[in-house]
Design a protein around this ligand. Sequence first.
Ligand code: HAM
Length: 422
Amino acid sequence: MAQPLYSTHLGMTDILPDDVRKWQYLEQLIRTEAELFNLEEIRTPIMEQTELIIRGIGQLTDIVSKEIFSFSRGDDNYVLRPELTAPVVRSYVEHHLEQRGGSQKLYYIGPMFRAERPQKGRQRQFHQFGIEVIGSDDPVADVEVIAFMIHIYQKIGITNTTLKLNSIGDPESRKNYVEALKNHLEPNLENLSDVSQERFKKNPLRILDSKEKEDQPFIDSAPLITDYLSEKSKKHYQKVKEYLTDLGISFETDPYLVRGMDYYTETAFELISPDLGSQDALAGGGRYDLLVEEIGGQPTPAVGFAAGMERLLIACEELGIPLGGEKEVDVYIVTLGDSARKWGLSKLSKIRSTGVSATMDYKGRSMKAQMKDANRENARYAIIVGDHELESGKFTFRDMADSEEEALPFQEILKLLEKEKH
Ligand code: HAM
């Protein structure tokens, strides 16, 4: 085989037809379940203003400092969206979605871009589905968001997951905690990694998210954020845990879970799977009560999550969960000779107009090759046409599964196909 001249960029993959069927199956399932939860789809552009992403996610996060794909054109700075929470909030503020009344319960499915080092379950173009509920500070909203996330995996058949839960509190709680964390880390500052030393100055909470080996002993012995929660935050966290328990959703509390974006407040959570290897987070999310205001809107509480589609597919594969069916077509018209080809071409649209899928040979191949092709395409029926059939007005209608054949007028074939389809 000739060496291809071009290939995809590092960490970006084509989704080929056999895989697209799996994706479509999952996307359909997510859409159906989202409707059940009374969520509405939102679609925003692939590119956003760089400033929005920096302000929304936080200057010192890995995403902003190392992973955004950005470029400028004229006076405008573009960034390929690394996530959708900040863009959805931008859209909410820009279009005054609060005027629609109630909480906005939104879902999305689409591609995101992060210039990370690719590995299994980590790509530079990847896909997320997620939801954002904007306009409620009630713990019921947190729990509904988590319940939807868990529901999707259960529906697909992925049940061996762990829900990790934490609260990072309101700004007051966090201020007190950051003080305690700094006091804990300061005596060993020079033993921390360079990144953590930098974060110590600008955003110490991010140190808890460090994967650097030398930081681990200091993280493990750090004070717990949950010991510093204000009364209000404590109450909120308590209610979330209580409602989850009432719904039979089990969870593990993890006081070091701070998540990778700066916008989080109060509840933070991740869904972990043992079937994913080192990139073990299927999904993650939490509250972001200050983000709407940060992006220029009125103070508005919000909560959401996003899940990686690629990781979902990996988990399905590991667990042997089949997704989508085989490629198939209802009818394959096998033609012999020019007149038959013309007849076939004109009948394709007649068949398709009844909702039955149909195809024919595009290459003028022999009958044997066309029958082989019909099998490869998983055709349910073949209609075989040659000069003899055209003269008699009866066409061979063949059931490909049991090879039963019958000579029938086209109108009768059409009726049979229609009857079976509906
Ligand atoms: P995140 O934790 O950055 O959160 O991403 C959510 C999920 O996207 C991850 O758990 C993972 O499954 C998937 N993911 C992230 N990066 C990659 C990658 N490079 N390759 C493959 N999959 C990846 C967010 O994006 C937040 N916006 C979630 C959120 C919504 N919080 C509130 N609302």
